[in-house]
Design a binder for this molecule. Structure first.
Ligand SMILES: Nc1ncnc2c1ncn2[C@@H]1O[C@H](COP(=O)(O)OP(=O)(O)O)[C@@H](O)[C@H]1O
Ligand SMILES: [Mg+2]
Length: 247
């Protein structure tokens, strides 16, 4: 069984079905990429996994435990972290403070009985080492809103990783980036811990093929194809419906 397991998920907004009987499995260490045209239901799927949106039916399991009606915080405690398609940084706080807050949200609360609060210096050290890993240490004291868009997207990833997740959900992490910034971000994603399970939405095919171990193609809320990059590109339905549409 995968670290992240989705079974027969369904979701509709009124008469619009955005998720139809979607199943997928992401074991520890795998990079699984979701592709599909605009409006295919990719973001809605990630919202359901992250706890931002309740599915109508189906199951989501993290390490064998059904997440049910757990909110985003409860899922974070099970090891899930995510970034959003749109920027969610605190623009007036420093780069360092943004990462530190991420770590604090996960490890710093004295009300979490299952994890002793980490000491303040420990949180600062963790934030500093993450920023160094991302090559953002020279910007540590700058307000997050003042750094370049490419650096902001890397910072979002650093914030997501600050809680030491086992599963990372990324919604179009390279959107809006220049080719150089995209390359840098791909390098960072490649350098993440080997055992981290990653489920990411990506529209840049070069990025998809340089990162994906497996690909799921979503089309009108349904899984059109799932497999290795080679299997998916050789799939006649994918060629006809998805690649043939020139998307
Ligand atoms: N909260 C919502 N209420 C109604 N319709 C929505 C809502 N969120 C998304 N949709 C619609 O659901 C469909 C899938 O959207 P989305 O999951 O964002 O697709 P993708 O990320 O693949 O582009 C789109 O037609 C979108 O307009
Ligand atoms: Mg989307």
């Amino acid at each position: 069984m995968g670290l992240l397991e989705i079974e027969g998920l369904n979701k509709a907004f009124g008469s619009l079905t955005v998720t139809r009987n979607v199943s997928l499995s992401v074991p520890s260490g795998r990079k699984h990429v979701i592709i599909g045209p605009n409006g295919a239901g990719k973001t809605s799927l990630i919202h359901q996994i992250g706890g931002q949106l309740q599915p109508d039916s189906g199951r989501i399991l993290i390490d064998g435990a059904e997440v049910g009606k757990l909110g985003p915080e409860g899922r974070a405690r099970l090891g899930l972290a995510r970034t959003f398609q749109k920027n969610t940084l605190f623009p007036k706080l420093s780069v360092h403070e943004n990462v530190r807050l991420g770590a604090q949200a996960r490890f710093g609360s004295p009300f979490d009985l299952f994890r002793p609060a980490r000491r303040s210096t420990e949180l600062d050290d963790r934030a500093a080492s993450l920023l160094a890993r991302f090559g953002l240490d020279h910007l540590a004291q700058a307000p997050a809103g003042s750094i370049s868009y490419g650096d902001q997207r890397q910072l979002e990833l650093a914030v997501a990783l600050s809680g030491e997740p086992r599963i990372l959900l990324l919604d179009e992490p390279t959107s809006g980036l220049s080719p150089t910034e995209t390359k840098a971000l791909v390098g960072v994603i490649r350098s993440l811990p080997d055992d981290l399970a990653i489920l990411m939405i990506e529209h840049d095919m070069e990025v998809v093929f340089s990162l994906a171990d497996r690909i799921t193609v979503l089309y009108y809320g349904e899984v059109l194809a799932e497999g290795t990059p080679e299997e998916v590109t050789a799939n006649a339905r994918v060629q006809e419906v998805y690649l043939g549409a020139g998307i």
